[in-house]
Design a protein around this ligand. Structure first.
Ligand SMILES: *[C@@H]1O[C@H](CO)[C@@H](O)[C@H](O)[C@H]1NC(C)=O
Length: 132
């Protein structure tokens, strides 16, 4: 197989909803970058996802839990501590959300690229004239 010089990058920005209080929903902004090349199977080109980068901007969060401990006082105190330090906690959990988002995108990309050829996925790109 010839080495593939193509790397596609698409940047999407998404609006997810972040709940800060029960009545106040604020958007989370994020950037997702998906890199890949082309792999060939039985003479058909398929997109081959290589790297996925996810960056989420989550300013703050509000944390709820129930019955994490048998002791209701301990549960309440823990939730209070989390919420007093919610900005710090959010900065700690954001990378976890980013990793989970990456896994989710990888799964979606794999189901798509296993089912559709490159031409079926990107008909518009393929119809563009190739620059010299
Ligand atoms: C997909 O891309 C990776 C990274 O370039 C490469 O190692 C792998 O062999 C490719 N897969 C196929 C099936 O071409």
């Amino acid at each position: 197989m010839p080495s593939v010089a193509l790397t596609s990058v698409f940047l999407l920005s998404a609006l997810l909803l972040e709940s800060t209080t029960a009545n106040d929903l604020r958007p989370i902004s994020g950037t997702f970058e998906v890199n890949g090349n082309i792999k060939e199977k039985d003479g058909v080109d398929y997109y081959n996802t290589t790297n996925i980068h996810v960056h989420l901007n989550i300013a703050d969060g509000c944390y709820f839990m129930s019955n994490i401990f048998d002791d209701p006082f301990l549960t309440r105190t823990t939730i209070e501590i989390f919420n007093i330090n919610s900005k710090l906690l959010t900065s700690v959990v954001t990378p976890v959300f980013e990793e989970l988002t990456k896994l989710g995108i990888r799964n979606i990309m794999e189901s798509l690229t296993n089912a559709l050829s490159y031409e079926e996925m990107f008909p518009l790109i393929n119809s563009l004239p190739v620059l010299p």
